[in-house]
Design a protein around this ligand. Structure first.
Ligand code: ADP
Length: 480
């Protein structure tokens, strides 16, 4: 692939675009990953028309042919996970091991949805009226606009594209401004897997221009978005007003509860992984560590000791455990949250700018202790390697603190008590619960999503993905 200037795909093979923008490696600012064309509104409309034109044929393609293409795409991703993982780590900054894992996950997702294309079934049953059969069938929705964030630049496009294509939809994908290379590479894979022209189209560029034009495009029937709460909510309102199907996965302020009876080695591992791996840039990151009284000090002591040994550095260095922050704006935001929390009375471990052998956006992971629930740092999503500790008197207080947030994506608990684990599983106001596991790290064959301000619309992933990417039709047939 020519990295000097990468363009957007329209109708599979045609390319377009102007004003290429440099994509810079956050581990090393002198390393330019590539130059990526920026679509304008006319390009977006052309991509949407291409998707609309391709819809009739693709929606009617037999499921075996669709499954074969998705399966091939999955196999190609798995075969190329080292090469694509390196590209991903270069453009996004997660460690090379995490990036290879993400590409592998994208491959597994395509293979899973290859099977889902074939497993899609309807229902047939008796009517409550005599002499009639009732049939419930699923049909493709049409043209799906997929708008994705930078933190999982290949896995999130994959978990939207694969079900959309499996169930006979055509798509236009707009990746995040900061991570076009992974999406572009994924489109190369789809083309090589034999996806017909126009079925999947890529438009790169600014969210407020390209993303907004996609949401407004009359050819678009459904919008699946992952990103911030503000953008998601506004976009959902527009979709509803225009009778478009909409699905939004947005922020989290995820609690990890550590009870007095927890295995503290497990709890510290869960906290380090959940709060700091992937540089904390996951919507499932543990950003509030809620610890009961008797183990509070011991937990903080062990966690800060582990943090002191974490190796922050270049994402491609195999010894790095925590890569850089994605860009300067996010780095400043993270450090600003740390400063504000200290100003409000928190004690900070880490949370400082770090110089490395290359010039990149590095910071040490931050733990803010002695925080209270009303502090800004405990209300807003930071999206960086920044976690707080909240002290709780007992389990009941810990649960109340865990639920005291506008978000509801995921919650974790570390305990040896079956009683508390069961109670927490039922009463945590979230879409996903983890027991003695990090809050981040999910499977692809089961639903992913949250409650409250974290999500709008049906769940993503697993068999539940069909609820967004298919339309249900009920047919009544007189059977004589
Ligand atoms: P983040 O803060 O994580 O970048 P955003 O919500 O800003 O989250 O971005 C997520 C995705 O939404 C990106 O692809 C971005 O370009 C896109 N986006 C941003 N603003 C808009 C908008 N007004 N309409 C549609 N898409 C948008």
């Amino acid at each position: 692939m020519n990295q000097s200037q990468l363009k957007g795909h329209i109708a599979g093979d045609a390319e377009f675009g102007a004003n290429p923008l440099a994509n810079v490696n956050p581990s090393d600012l002198i390393d330019v990953v590539g130059y990526f064309a920026q679509a304008d509104v006319a390009d977006v409309r052309a991509a949407c028309r291409a998707a609309r034109d391709a819809f009739g044929a693709w929606g009617a393609t037999d499921v075996q042919a669709r499954a074969d293409i998705l399966d091939r795409a999955g196999a190609l991703l798995l075969a190329r996970k080292l090469e694509l993982g390196e590209l991903l780590a270069r453009e996004e900054g997660k460690t090379i091991a995490e990036a290879i894992g993400e590409v592998g996950r994208a491959g597994q997702i395509f293979k899973f949805f290859a099977g889902e294309a074939i497993r899609l079934q309807g229902e047939l049953g008796p009517s409550v009226r005599p002499g009639i059969d009732v049939e419930v069938r699923r049909e493709p929705v049409g043209v799906c606009a997929l708008i994705t964030p930078w933190n999982f630049p290949i896995a999130i496009p994959a978990w939207k594209l694969a079900p959309a294509l499996a169930f006979g939809n055509t798509v236009v994908l707009k990746p995040a401004e900061l991570t076009p290379a992974s999406a572009h590479a994924l489109f190369g894979v789809l083309r090589e897997a034999g996806l017909p022209p126009g079925v999947a189209n890529l438009v790169m560029g600014q969210g407020a221009v390209v993303g907004a034009a996609l949401v407004d495009a009359p050819e678009v029937d459904a919008v699946s978005f992952t990103g911030s709460v503000g953008v998601g909510r506004a976009l959902a309102v527009k979709c509803i007003a225009n009778s478009k199907r909409v699905q939004c996965e947005m922020g989290g302020k995820n609690p990890l509860v550590v009870l007095d009876d927890a295995d503290l080695d497990v709890a510290v591992n869960c906290a380090v992984n959940g709060a700091f791996y992937s540089t904390g840039q996951r919507c499932t990151a543990s950003s509030r560590l809620i610890v009961t009284e008797a183990v509070h000090d011991e937990f903080v002591a062990r966690l800060t000791q582990r943090m002191a040994g974490l190796r922050v550095g270049h994402a491609l260095d195999r010894t790095t455990e925590i890569g850089p922050v994605v860009d300067e704006r996010q780095l400043e935001k993270n450090l600003g949250y740390v400063r504000d929390a200290i100003g409000e009375g928190a004690r900070a471990f880490g949370g400082e700018l770090l110089r490395a052998s290359t010039r990149g956006h590095f910071m040490t992971p931050a733990l803010l202790v002695d925080t209270s629930q009303h502090m800004r740092i405990n209300r807003e999503e930071v999206f960086g390697p920044v976690a707080t500790v909240l002290r709780a008197g007992d389990y009941e207080e810990a649960l109340a603190l865990a639920n005291d947030t506008e978000f509801g994506l995921v919650a974790g608990i570390c305990t040896r008590s079956l009683k508390y684990a069961q109670h927490f599983k039922r009463h945590a106001q979230v879409g996903m619960v983890m027991v003695n596991l990090p809050t981040a790290g999910v499977d692809y064959h089961v639903p992913f999503g949250g409650r409250k301000a974290s999500s709008i619309g049906p769940r993503e992933q697993g068999t539940y993905a069909r609820d967004f990417y298919t339309l249900v039709k009920t047919a009544y047939v007189a059977c004589g």
